[in-house]
Design a protein around this ligand. Structure first.
Ligand SMILES: Cc1cc2nc3c(=O)[nH]c(=O)nc-3n(C[C@H](O)[C@H](O)[C@H](O)COP(=O)(O)OP(=O)(O)OC[C@H]3O[C@@H](n4cnc5c(N)ncnc54)[C@H](O)[C@@H]3O)c2cc1C
Length: 479
């Protein structure tokens, strides 16, 4: 059932899930489908977390926030943990472009085409390209390798910043990783994309999340929106429920889809964990945040096909720190051609979303006046950047709005507007949470690997398995 905002929750649950990001929703769906009593609580007024959208002008303008591209694995994940209908709506984006001072490349983002580009355009010997891909394929999460991305690229392509750029830049955009992050995180995510290219959801995020909501309700998951959890209750050193608006709701298990740091240090409290666990949690670094500019075109506007996903930069080289700079020199344009993206909505207009990774503190420290000024500068520079591809775009625009890390923080509650959860060390804290505090689990963007649409959804599935094993010890056996 879908609780109304004013409804009180009076029953107990097997599992309470805090947050309806893709990880929280996927776990809820699996557990509900397997017969457990599940309550999904979301602080926002709609499901999806970062998998979200907003409408303007009576829905004729629709803007997707994080539907830019995910790996092919999402088809299998949706078929297995959601339904065939959702999986069948996933389609490939064939036209990915890179335009920067070092190169101009058009690709379908597959291993075959990338290999061809590396060999023919970048002059890398075939044997090196094959050795690089073989090395990535052999990387194992359990290897405990200390190799960084910087060392990985120096090993195979010494001194070739341009090669590093084409291999690394899309992944930096996809999960905020830098040259100093562990190479294993890059290897897993890049290989996932390279297996068959980049995919999207035909119909848009709104269409997808509504289908997921229907499936959750069909599987008897109870949902409450605008329900911000303030506290996770601990009884006899076990998680035993949550507090919303001062009211307790009991459960055998709590799964948090909120940020791992806010879960441990905020909703539970330091006193319930060992000192060493708290020390490690405090050392977990948050990932970077995002800025976006949303541009909706007039009804009668028409543009040529300029690509689906365009990685642009005016910066001379690849530099993951410069990608975060307030003075933006690099941005990704996602172009949503309505007849392809939203065939079910004949009113939908062309939308273009520009995304940039950025630092929360750069925006947070601005005065209200400077904040507005910087937003306007970002909008103006984004339009100028787009004019290189579409010279008369300015006259075709009807709606232009921008979001900053402060917007991200407001709508998702992620500390410092972190778009991709935490750095690598967050994974250990997340995975060991239930060992520290029985009955408390975490699923959601952590450790780079578990972020993104596919990573988050799969992590939800992994944690639902762990929860079922735990519930068995508590006498729940619906499976
Ligand atoms: C600008 C941008 C672009 C992106 N582009 C892509 C892309 O192209 N491809 C891709 O694969 N990934 C992309 N991502 C990343 C991807 O969207 C996320 O990694 C993924 O959706 C995160 O899912 P999650 O399960 O971790 O939860 P989140 O999406 O983080 O959701 C967590 C939910 O928990 C709720 N919550 C938090 N605290 C509480 C509380 N106390 N009580 C109740 N509810 C609470 C929040 O409101 C939120 O709804 C992008 C992200 C951003 C920001």
């Amino acid at each position: 059932m879908l609780y109304k905002i004013r409804d009180e929750i009076t029953k107990d649950y097997d599992v309470i899930i805090i947050g309806s990001g893709l990880a929280g929703m996927t776990a809820a769906n699996i557990l509900g489908r397997n017969g457990h009593q599940v309550l999904l609580l979301e602080s926002h007024n709609k499901l999806g977390g970062f998998a979200t959208w907003f409408y303007r002008e009576d829905r004729s303008h629709v803007f997707d926030i994080s539907l830019h591209g995910f790996p092919v694995g999402m088809i299998k994940t949706c078929r297995k943990y959601w339904n065939k209908d959702i999986a069948d709506s996933i389609v490939q984006l064939k036209d990915v472009r890179f335009v920067n001072p070092q190169f101009n490349v058009q690709t379908d983002f597959t291993k075959e085409h990338y290999s061809k580009v590396l060999i023919e355009q970048f002059g890398i010997p075939q044997t090196t390209v094959s050795a690089f891909f073989d090395y990535l394929a052999s990387m194992n999460f359990y290897d405990n390798s200390q190799l960084t991305n910087r060392e990985l690229f120096e090993k195979f392509f010494p001194g070739r910043n341009d090669v590093t750029r084409i291999l690394m830049e899309p992944i930096t955009y996809a999960n905020g990783s830098t040259l100093d992050d562990p190479a294993i995180t890059y290897g897993i995510v890049f290989s996932n994309f390279m297996s068959k290219g980049v995919y999207t959801f035909k119909g848009g995020t709104d269409y997808l999340i509504n289908k997921m909501k229907d499936e959750l309700l069909k599987n008897n998951v109870d949902i409450k929106l605008q329900a911000k959890v303030d506290k996770i209750i601990v009884t006899n050193h076990e998680a035993s429920g949550v507090v919303i608006n001062g009211k307790a709701v009991k459960s055998k298990v709590v799964l948090s889809n909120a940020n791992i740091r806010s879960t441990v240090l905020g909703m539970v409290g330091e006193e319930h964990f060992s000192a060493s666990f708290i020390e490690k949690t405090k050392a977990v670094r948050l990932n970077s945040s995002s800025c976006q500019v949303y541009m909706g075109l007039k009804k009668e506007a028409s543009i040529p096909h300029i690509g689906d996903l365009i990685f642009t930069s005016t910066f001379p080289t690849y530099d993951s720190n410069r990608l975060l700079d307030l003075k933006v020199s690099s941005r990704t344009f996602s172009v949503y051609y309505p007849h392809e993206t939203r065939p079910q909505n004949p009113e939908a207009r062309i939308a273009i979303v520009s995304s940039t990774n950025c630092n929360y503190d750069d925006w947070k420290k601005l005065s209200a006046e400077d904040y507005e000024k910087e937003k306007q500068i970002m909008i103006e520079e984004t339009i100028q950047g787009l004019e290189k591809f579409l010279p008369d775009i300015r006259d075709q625009l009807e709606i232009v709005e921008a979001a900053t890390p402060l917007t991200v923080e407001k709508y998702t509650l992620h500390p410092k507007g972190s778009s991709f959860g935490t750095k690598f060390e967050g994974l250990e804290i997340s995975m060991n949470l239930h060992k520290e505090l029985p009955g408390l689990f975490h699923a959601g963007s952590v450790g780079i690997i578990m972020s993104g649409w596919l990573g988050a959804a799969n992590y939800g599935a992994i944690q639902s398995n762990a929860i079922e094993s735990y519930l068995l010890t508590k006498g729940n056996n619906h499976v």
